[in-house]
Design a protein around this ligand. Sequence first.
Ligand SMILES: Cc1ncc(COP(=O)(O)O)c(C=O)c1O
Length: 373
Amino acid sequence: MSEPRLVRNPLVSKESVRTLVDGSRDFHRSMPAYRPTPLAALPAAAARLGVGSVFAKDESSRMGMPSFKILGASWACYRTLLAHLGRPVDSAISLDELKAELAVGPGLRLVSATDGNHGRAVARMAALLGLSAHILVPEDMVPARIDAITGEGAEVEIVAGGYDDAIRRSAELAADDALVISDTSWEGYTEPPSWVIDGYSTMITEILDEIAAGTVPPPTVVAAQIGVGAFAAAVARGFSGRPAVRLVGVEPTDADCVTASVEAGGITTIPGPQRSIMAGLNCGTPSVIAWPDVSAGYDTFVTVTDAAAEEAMRLMYTDGLVSGESGAAGLAGITTHAAELGLGPDDHILVISTEGATDVANFDRITGARLAG
Ligand SMILES: Cc1ncc(COP(=O)(O)O)c(C=O)c1O
């Protein structure tokens, strides 16, 4: 495993980052379990770092799921199905109406590759809409995450290799009756993943609303963990217009496809499969549609070890926050590189804990908690 590193981004060009597309918020509000997630103060982390404050957006419970990913998956499924039916997006039909309309047509399958959370969210949407789901996962996915996907009623196919191999297999399955809902994009396949990024804007808008209301201090540093970069693109769109904010992108040391791409000056695939415990970040190739905003929006990219992610999970849990391996990666990036980032008492750090304990046994082992009972 390579050493953690910090790369100052030579491609930064914040004025070229797109602004948030906020079209998904009314749709999310119409979903039964929608409510904004909390922003939690992390005083132990602030004391450890010697900064003014650390706040974490807590995505451990988002519309009944343990990660933020349902925001992107739900909006992408909705938009894809409207497009499939030839309905304009402003028709604003409810999920129940959509389900009724789909029930009278030929049976459809939603197909998605995942390293955990996105596929589970697509499976949930398929179940809500009365459709079947076929979810492709890398061969090293832990049983807890596979069980969570089958628990949504989906068929799970284990693909030899890593996340990139599962993505390739999902693309092969595309058919008139099999709609691929991917959170990453590639040449010729860009629309659903662009809706995934748009769907994440609901979470970013919630954060911006709290900053505007003064319930949290305006951040000076925002850290976003990166798999293919869709989430980081949404964060960039929300924050790159704020000159006082430094944006830090965080990747596992051995799943550093965006950092490697920045160093190479363009999209690069790193050798795989990636095996970090930060399962949601185990990606070998940046998403082509996320790349423009990610490469232009971040001041700095850093990489972190699995041990640093575990340490960040423990630090967050000290303040009562349940954050999984990928969820804690943003804070791990800040704690690992605090000295080089030159943080001080005037800094206010915002991290996004993008998942809760998606592998409960591992969470308990790492933190000493007893969530499994
Ligand atoms: C919990 C969690 N955080 C962050 C990410 C990274 O998102 P992206 O792949 O859009 O970079 C993922 C992706 O699966 C995830 O599951």
